[in-house]
Design a protein around this ligand. Structure first.
Ligand code: ADP
Length: 159
């Protein structure tokens, strides 16, 4: 069983994330999408809400499971029988940090990292930018899944 993890904050999930998750699901037996619990970082959606949105938008893929983790990703991998991390690379600016993390994870626990180049349609896309655009009423259709649009509008209206 080749099981991999796509880790991230997913605050909220974007079409860029979904593109990587769906491509990974075609390559591996099981993909675990793991939401990072980071209590020091203020988020727009709770971990539960982010997981629920991820479940909704990945429901069509039979081999994708949604979970959460805190602490070291390599510990989550060990507990869940995961041998590799799948990451999307948007631009050169992602590379330095991602390479450091990949090498650290390999050196700590022999966990491999597989990089996928982003779909050019989404190379400029990040959750933080989506939050910013939504906050000022910008149009995010085509950038986040349909199911997320309404939730995003409602949340920014509340805050
Ligand atoms: P962000 O807030 O930058 O979207 P996340 O922590 O939610 O960051 O993203 C998790 C991972 O998903 C990133 O490390 C990256 O590997 C991948 N990712 C995020 N956005 C994209 C995108 N537009 N294209 C490809 N991969 C992406």
């Amino acid at each position: 069983m080749r099981r991999v993890v796509c880790p991230g904050s997913f605050d909220p999930v974007t079409n860029g994330h979904l593109d990587i998750i769906s491509r990974a699901s075609r390559l591996y037996d099981e993909v675990v999408v793991a939401v990072l619990i980071n209590i020091t970082k203020k988020s727009l959606f709770t971990v539960e809400e982010r997981m629920e949105m991820l479940r909704e938008v990945t429901a069509e893929y039979g081999n994708v499971r949604v979970d959460r983790f805190h602490g070291l990703l390599v510990d989550f991998c060990e507990t869940n029988g995961i041998s590799a991390v799948v990451k999307g690379l948007r631009a050169v600016s992602d590379f330095d940090y991602e390479m450091q993390m990949a090498q650290m994870n390999y050196s700590m626990a022999k966990v491999e990292t597989m990089f996928m180049t982003t779909n050019p349609l989404y190379s400029f896309l990040s959750s933080s930018l989506i939050r910013e655009v939504a906050k000022y009423g910008g149009d995010v259709s085509g950038l986040v899944p349909e199911q997320v649009i309404g939730k995003l509008r409602a949340r920014v209206a509340e805050s």
